[in-house]
Design a protein around this ligand. Structure first.
Ligand code: PLP
Length: 338
């Protein structure tokens, strides 16, 4: 168990691997053939935020970094948050609270889950002494309602409520640190596009808000759920409408039926990709980061798989012009795939 430290940063206490590695991706599908039959290789890079921490997954660490840093001044004794039964966010926060001996209440969507065998996410939370509160859909829908939250906070005697997914204005700060790391890695010409999966939109907003034109020409979110229009609204709520950001949009062609939905095609794609990556020679990987690059890239169908599948499809459709250089942000999330 850890205790709050006023000396060490929270990154140091939790042994966060920051900067996370930035590596070049080798895959069998990074080439497209134009009308003249000429093959063009698209340069693909990946920001390995999946390696930030062994339990606290990728963007969930980034999104929580600011509030957790702030807690050092005034440690809460009871945190409450919301999520679905496979939530990477609840899993990350549950682990954090366990390590610092903070009481944690997780309000979980699905009243029926109470009487079922726990999946591995819920089992971990249970083992970490999380107070699991299962609620039905209607109750869960009130998770952003101010009156409901005030009542819940009082009833549960929680010091602080963190919204679902850790998605709040504060979350953008952590995404800035990620952008700063990419800038520091200094890999030359700007990226043609940066791709990342979109759920609640806070991670995308953080990238849009902090990405300078020297780093990328545009940001493409890959919707991991059905939500044309809705996902854009979610991203926009975190942004300032008068600021001239880089060009960004969300592609809605790769949700595969909805949140956590998959198809045989997507499953196979992920499986084959993971097998190929596991076989690649370690010394062949990027020279940019010395740390942890022996961990092969691994994707899952909920977020990263949809993002890489989108990339493959866009490359093959000729969406990226010759000599493009594309960066995918691996937001983590491998725990949910267990
Ligand atoms: C939560 C999550 C996302 C979605 O991030 P948002 O900020 O909610 O859009 C993407 N990838 C992984 C692995 C996640 O756990």
């Amino acid at each position: 168990m850890l205790t709050y430290s006023s000396i060490d940063s929270i990154e140091k206490q939790f042994s966060i691997l920051a900067p996370s590695p930035l590596q070049k991706v080798e895959a069998g599908w990074t080439t497209f053939v134009d009308q003249n039959g000429i093959a063009h290789q698209i340069e693909v890079w990946c920001k390995r935020d999946d390696l930030l921490h062994k339990v606290i997954s990728g963007n969930k660490w980034r999104k929580l970094a600011k509030p957790l840093q702030d807690f050092r001044q005034n440690p809460p004794s009871h945190i409450l948050s919301f999520g679905g039964p496979y939530s990477n966010h609840l899993h990350a926060l549950g682990y954090y609270c366990k390590q610092l001996n903070i009481k944690f209440t997780a309000v979980i969507r699905g009243a029926y889950l109470k009487d079922q065998t726990f999946n591995r996410t819920l089992q971990d939370l249970h083992n970490w002494n999380t107070n699991l509160v299962f609620v039905d859909k209607q109750t869960y829908q009130k998770r952003t309602d101010k009156n409901y939250l005030a009542k819940l906070q009082k009833e549960m005697n929680a010091d602080i409520i963190i919204p679902e997914g850790g998605s709040q204005q504060d979350a953008l700060w952590g995404m800035q640190t990620m952008i700063d790391e990419i800038i520091q890695a200094n890999i030359g010409e700007p990226f043609t596009s940066i791709l990342l999966p979109v759920g609640s939109g806070a991670s995308m907003a953080g990238v849009v808000e902090n990405c300078p034109p020297e780093l990328a020409k545009q940001i493409i979110g890959i919707g991991s759920l059905q939500g044309e229009g809705y996902l854009e609204t979610l991203v926009n709520q975190f942004l300032n409408k008068d600021t001239p950001y880089l060009s960004w949009h969300i592609n809605h062609d790769f949700h595969f039926g909805g949140y956590a939905k998959s198809t045989a095609e997507l499953d196979t794609f992920c499986k084959q990709f993971n097998q190929q990556q596991a076989k690649l020679d370690t010394p062949n990987k990027s020279k940019l980061d010395k740390s942890k690059l022996d961990t092969p890239l691994c994707i899952e169908p909920v977020y990263s798989g949809k993002c890489f599948f989108a990339l493959k499809t866009l490359i093959q459709q000729g969406y990226f012009v010759p000599n493009s250089k594309v960066l995918v942000i691996h937001t983590g999330g491998l725990q949910g795939a267990r």
